[in-house]
Ligand binder design. Structure first.
Ligand code: ADP
Ligand code: MG
Length: 321
């Protein structure tokens, strides 16, 4: 099947009658009055961001999920998405499953695929999704620069599972009790926290989604906001399937493990009860893991009060190993 056959068969899907989607030279999207566009893009490369033999349906899901997660971290509502796809060869079963994963998640969040580009690449699959969201124009979203001293620091869901799954799949970690099956769901089927992000608008100050590790992503907020933080290390929400792993393995996964796609956000203490209630309403764990401080630096505090200075380590494509 050629380029145009692939597009028509797998990537053409229903859009609202007031939109022009796949099939013309460009998509046309009405923007509701009083709303601003919020736009983000992620690139995923075979061998770097995903294994060659990964389930293509999960890959389609994740390619959109990581972008919806960025929109969520701004407090935006998904509106539409575009897909750039580079394939070394056409494997129809693969393309079909990939499209299914992407389109199903798009449907769930009313984020239709409205365009893209399909090309052949010399080697390796390359995926780039652009997501477009909406935000009331009066708001500039949940900016990294908006944290204030005295804010609580919160994190959604649990941490560590994706990183440990990755290490097991890379055979850097044994899995004698066969937890991979549970843990790899976090790695391969991340659920973007779209509803949470939308509700945090007006409630939280700063937010970021954890793609490169809690410490590294939190330090982006601290730097942009010119503040410091204390982190309650004993309060970090550990994924339940990590209970039987070494404390050092879990500790590293919680603080530095990437591919998490939970939201880390800061909110004034006056909103504490409201955030707790929101977690209950959304049936989603929201854990207060520390506090923003006026002074620079990131301090980790143990249950017994012992303090350590934390370095913002995590994944960095051009960083030193
Ligand atoms: P052009 O040559 O004018 O750029 P194309 O032939 O590349 O157009 O694309 C035809 C239509 O198919 C366009 O609407 C484009 O947005 C859409 N399209 C191409 N590839 C994809 C894809 N991977 N996913 C979604 N839409 C796509
Ligand atoms: Mg054209």
């Amino acid at each position: 099947m050629d380029e145009f056959g692939l597009i028509n068969r797998y990537f053409k899907s229903a859009v609202d009658p007031d939109m022009v989607g796949v099939g013309d030279d460009a998509a046309v999207l009405p923007v509701p009055q009083g709303m601003s566009l919020v736009v983000c893009k992620d690139v995923l490369i075979e061998g770097r961001h995903f294994f060659s033999d990964v389930d293509p349906k999960s890959l389609g899901h994740k390619s959109l999920a990581v972008n919806l997660s960025d929109l969520a971290a701004m407090g935006a509502t998904p509106h539409a998405c575009l897909l750039g796809l580079g394939l070394p060869r056409v494997n129809e079963a693969w393309v079909s499953a990939f499209a299914q994963g992407l389109l199903t998640l798009g449907k769930q969040w009313h984020c239709p695929l409205v365009g893209g580009d399909t090309v052949s690449t010399p080697e390796g699959i390359t995926i780039s999704v652009t997501a477009i969201g909406l935000l009331p124009s009066a708001s500039r979203g949940l900016l990294r620069s908006a944290a204030k001293p005295g804010d609580d620091i919160w994190v959604s869901g649990s941490l560590g599972a994706a990183d440990v799954a990755l290490r097991i799949l890379q055979q850097r970690l044994p899995d004698p009790e066969h937890h991979l099956h549970t843990l790899r769901r976090a790695l391969e089927w991340p659920e973007p926290r779209v509803s949470l992000g939308q509700r945090l608008l007006g409630m939280a100050h700063a937010a970021i989604d954890i793609s490169d590790g809690l410490l590294q992503d939190m330090s982006h907020i601290l730097k942009a906001s010119h503040v410091g933080a204390t982190l309650r290390l004993d309060k970090l929400p550990v994924h339940p399937a990590l209970a039987t792993f070494d404390a050092s393995v879990v500790g590293e996964a919680l603080l530095e493990g990437g591919d998490v796609y939970e939201l880390c956000f800061t909110a004034p203490k006056t909103q504490h009860e409201a955030v707790v209630a929101l977690g209950q309403e959304l049936s989603m764990p929201l854990t207060c893991i520390g506090e923003v401080t006026a002074g620079g630096g990131l301090l980790g505090v143990q249950a017994d009060g012992t303090q350590t200075v934390l370095q913002p380590r995590g994944f960095n494509h051009f960083g030193k190993p």
